[in-house]
Design a protein around this ligand. Structure first.
Ligand code: 5AD
Length: 464
């Protein structure tokens, strides 16, 4: 088990059965949390990003089984803040130093995309990032909001178990939720997703799928937490015992997506007195203080006992665990802290030249991989990825193949290669390498290894 944690810490990849084994074995929890904490420190550092959360409407058109603000709940007071009230709350937050405003609401169609766009534009006159968390909308609406200046969007998948999703979300569709997430990615939002832990009939199998889904989507942020049953919902009798499992899902998410932003959610704190700190010590690096006025805050009751923290004491608490408050907007790093790659030849011209100039070994391997000849997998050769050019890559399976000893890569040093590999791995790629003489003398063995690597990565993209 310890070697599995080591593998995750070093390669940021685990197969589904491996994730399930780690989720089910509770004797390794401390090891797991510590490894996630190390990866957090290495990739995103000791800074905690604060996001000011404004809950601007609890009027909901949906009926999610777990949620206290579901439309059918007649026992809560409903409210809707007007644009000038929302802008005022944002201004207050900005003047207390926040660098991100999160506009969150129930699924309330009263707010058209145009209305929200005006609010975003007003807030964006300040030096701040804006995150939206307003549920499912069309591509066109997401585009209007993006064009108005929104930077990020949060939309939890809640669960990737389609059957469970269907049961918990009447009149909603799993496919549409996926469509939303893909649209958000396509539009260039930093996209956040996440899940609920402790749902009835939820299995470790489906939680492993959730984690792999975050990786497959290449989520920029993942927020998750335990289900806290609300008395006015169909899930009122479910046991609220998801804290430790949530913490494990969080830690595994950090291990597999090392450079993303992960909040220590309010649900974690609500269900366990030290929940927030434990989350911050097990992979989380974001906290989202609620800056909605007290009166409305209490009405935004998605679950009972929602913790209200004294945020003036936060800095002190963070200091005690060796952490500081970030002074920047806290986007997902383009180049994780752990890496400091030296510049390589850039872009397509270089790649084109390399394609013309292939070594005999590259030609030999390419003759096997080209034209989807290799078991139907599509490979590209001399392909630029960020500032690097890789020898061969199967994008669908995120598998990179590099040849060593080729004429053109003499300039690579060991450290440089290591940095390259780390970068690719942080983006979910696996890198395998072969020596030129293996290509010359044992091409069957090389092919076998490539096939094994592709199959090992069956979890992402289509299964072959
Ligand atoms: N317990 C915990 N989390 C909940 N959420 C909704 N209802 C509950 C609950 N009863 C979460 C959902 C949603 C987020 C805003 O709050 O995952 O996406």
């Amino acid at each position: 088990m310890k070697s599995l944690i080591k593998k995750a810490e070093e390669s940021h990849f685990l197969s589904k059965p491996e994730i399930i084994r780690l989720l089910e074995d509770n004797s390794i929890n401390d090891e797991l949390f510590r490894a996630a904490d190390r990866v957090r420190k290495k990739f995103v550092g000791d800074e905690i990003h604060l996001r000011a959360l404004i809950e601007f409407s609890n009027i909901c058109s949906r009926n999610c089984f777990y949620c206290g603000v579901r439309a059918e709940n007649k026992n809560i007071e409903r409210y809707r803040l007007m644009p000038d009230e929302i802008i005022q709350l944002a201004r207050n937050a900005l003047s207390s130093g926040y660098k991100t405003i999160v506009l969150q609401s129930a699924e309330d169609m009263y707010y058209t995309a145009e209305m929200l766009a005006d609010i975003i534009k007003e807030i964006k006159k300040n030096d701040t990032a804006v995150t939206l968390s307003i549920g499912e909308r069309s591509y066109e609406e997401y585009k209007i909001l993006k064009d108005a200046g929104a930077d990020r969007f949060l939309l939890r998948i809640e669960t990737t178990d389609k059957e469970l999703y269907r049961k918990l979300h009447p009149n909603m569709s799993f496919e549409n939720r996926i469509r939303c997430l893909k649209d958000l990615k396509k539009l260039g939002y930093e996209t956040g997703t996440g899940c609920l832990v402790g749902l009835p009939d939820q299995t470790t199998n489906s939680l492993a799928d959730d984690i792999l889904f975050f990786k497959e989507l290449d989520a920029d942020m993942v927020g998750l937490g335990p289900l806290i049953p609300h008395k006015d919902t169909p899930l009122k009798d479910v046991k609220a015992d998801g804290f430790w499992l949530s913490l494990k899902v969080l830690a595994l998410t950090r291990l597999l997506l090392p450079d993303i932003n992960i909040p220590a959610t309010t649900a974690m704190e609500t269900i366990h007195p030290d929940g927030r700190i434990l989350a911050l010590q097990s992979g989380a690096n974001v906290v989202m203080p609620n800056v909605t006025d007290e009166f409305h805050r209490s009405q935004y009751e998605i679950y009972p006992g929602k913790k209200s923290v004294d945020y003036t004491k936060l800095e002190e608490k963070f200091k005690q665990i060796g952490r500081t408050i970030s002074q920047n907007k806290g986007f997902r790093p383009i180049c994780p802290l752990s890496l400091n790659p030296s510049p390589a030849g850039r872009g397509n011209n270089k790649a084109k030249a390399l394609r013309k100039n292939m070594t005999p070994q590259e030609k030999k391997l390419w003759s096997i991989l080209r034209n989807k000849n290799f078991y139907g997998y599509k490979f590209k050769r001399q392909h630029p990825i960020w500032k690097y050019i890789v020898d061969f890559v199967c994008i669908e399976k995120r598998l990179i193949i590099e040849l060593d000893g080729s004429g053109h890569n003499f300039a690579r040093t060991k450290t440089y290669d290591k940095q390259r590999t780390q970068y690719f791995e942080s983006r979910g790629f696996t890198v395998i390498r072969f020596w030129n003489n293996e290509i010359d003398n044992n091409i069957e063995g090389v092919a076998q290894q490539i096939l094994l690597s592709l199959r090992e990565r069956a979890g992402r993209g289509g299964n072959k």
